[in-house]
Design a protein around this ligand. Structure first.
Ligand code: SF4
Length: 220
């Protein structure tokens, strides 16, 4: 399994190149994954991770833009906003009333960046916590999303209804404990889900076609 997981990574990297995640103020940089984040960057990433729950990054980006324009992209300034005002600013990210509550819960958290502790924040599940820890704090926590489940179940490497923690463990046990690698791998998974392994997959020309079992999809 370890060899297959590494092969998928190599093939995706060869096809798409480095993705430069996480975009700070909409700027992608290949050096980002290797350097320490500033506190401002951490905050922006953590807020972005909440805003992008159940919506596209494009929508989250518009909400981040509104927050930046309103000078509310810092813990101190965001904390001064009334919940309704915060909800209004993040409206493009959808579910804005709920997300405003989640942001305020996150602002109240003053513990360390530790998975178990952060999983106790209301409204913040494992996917969001792992994306915060990986991208904002540079910690080696592999994050799983619906794209990861879709691609790796079609490849035949996990069941379609695999549990979050089980799939996370599969990656972490078969890859070196390396935050920069996890950063790039997840970004490549997202890219691949957008380019080829979409809901209706475009298998022709897919860089993984030779190793894919195409489980659960009609033969093309
Ligand atoms: S061959 Fe098709 S199903 Fe398999 S990874 Fe590529 S696009 Fe997805």
């Amino acid at each position: 399994m370890g060899g297959e997981i590494k092969s998928v990574y190599r093939l995706l990297l060869k096809e798409y190149g480095e993705q430069g995640w996480w975009p700070i103020n909409n700027f992608y940089s290949r050096s980002f994954k290797k350097r320490k984040r500033t506190p401002e960057e951490r905050f922006e990433i953590a807020v972005g991770a909440i805003l992008t729950q159940n919506t596209s990054w494009e929508n989250a980006k518009k909400a981040l833009h509104n927050l930046r324009e309103a000078d509310a992209l810092s813990g101190e300034e965001m904390g001064k906003l009334r919940e309704e005002e915060l909800a209004r600013l993040i409206k493009p990210a959808r579910y804005y009333n709920m997300k405003a509550k989640k942001l305020r819960e996150f602002l109240r958290y003053d513990g360390p960046p530790e998975r178990e502790r952060m999983l106790g924040i209301w409204g913040i599940g494992p996917e969001t916590v792992d994306s915060m820890l990986l991208y904002a704090w540079g910690k080696p926590e592999f994050m799983i999303d619906a794209y990861t489940k879709r691609i790796f179940s079609r490849l035949g490497m996990c069941p379609k209804d695999v549990e979050y923690e089980e799939l996370k463990k599969m990656f972490e046990e078969n890859l070196p404990e390396d935050a920069a690698l996890y950063n790039e791998y997840h970004a490549l998974i997202v890219k691949h889900a957008q380019e080829h392994c979409r809901a209706r997959p475009a298998c022709r020309g897919c860089p993984l076609e030779n190793i894919c079992e195409k489980k659960g999809i009609e033969r093309q």
